[in-house]
Design a protein around this ligand. Structure first.
Ligand code: FMN
Length: 219
């Protein structure tokens, strides 16, 4: 199978978690001789190529980061340049990933993606969802690679089955909601550690004001 993969992140390829996930997914997917081509929507120069690839091919995977509970605006803008396929038989698959860890975060996006292919006279071929993907962009390279490593197996499975099955997706997606016990534990300790981590990252990014700064608040 030849799979066209379109990275719908607005972040440049070098900084995009989705790009890293795609690279890992491809390792598993290409093991048995499959081939891929990848287009990054963050680079406007690639839009013509991505559009032509959509027109010429029948297996297309959109890899999408969750931006404010759904697909990023740049993807919607790209979709507006596409025409519905004249002939049926094109399968659209989706890999949707986000920062927050509970799978429930991604269900609204998943529901949108289930409807999307019909607007393009295409078939819906499943959505792989997973959260807990804030960190790869911030941590050292080897740790980032470990974090996204499970996507290799999902690439292999997608190659074997030609689709994302609901059962495997739900298992991969992790907990739908955290149990209350976990939330209480997080509120006691995790929250403090996270605050320190955010402060450290803000400083590293050149932030000179406190994170709870409200410069526009009227006293
Ligand atoms: C503007 C913005 C909005 C985001 N909104 C969400 C969100 O609603 N839910 C979520 O789980 N993650 C959210 N995230 C986190 C991203 O989905 C996550 O970091 C993802 O791995 C980014 O992939 P990318 O680097 O390829 O863009 C958001 C990130 C940004 C920058």
């Amino acid at each position: 199978m030849h799979l066209v993969i379109i990275n719908a992140s607005p972040r440049v390829e070098a900084k995009s978690n989705t790009a890293r996930i795609i690279r890992t997914f491809i390792r598993g997917f290409e093991e048995g001789g499959n081939t891929t081509e990848v287009w990054h929507l963050s680079d406007k120069k690639q839009w013509t190529g991505a559009k032509e690839a959509y027109e010429k091919n029948k297996d297309i995977l959109f890899a999408i980061p969750l931006y404010v509970e759904n697909v990023p605006g740049i993807m919607l803008e790209f979709l507006e340049t596409l025409q519905p396929k004249k002939e049926s038989g094109t399968k659209l698959s989706f890999l949707l990933q986000g920062g927050f860890a509970e799978a429930s975060q991604l269900r609204c996006g998943e529901a949108y993606l289930e409807l999307l292919p019909s607007y393009f006279n295409c078939e819906y071929n499943g959505t792989l969802i997973k959260g807990d993907n804030f960190a790869p962009a911030w941590v050292p390279e080897d740790l980032a690679e470990k974090m996204v490593a499970p996507y290799e197996k999902m690439g292999r499975l997608f190659a074997e089955k030609g689709t994302f099955s609901k059962e495997e997706v739900n298992e991969f997606a992790g907990p739908e909601y955290f149990p209350e016990k976990e939330i209480r534990k997080y509120n006691r300790t995790g929250k403090k550690i996270q605050k320190l981590l955010f402060r450290y990252m803000a400083k590293k990014n050149g932030c000179k004001r406190p994170l709870d700064d409200r410069p526009y608040q009227v006293e």
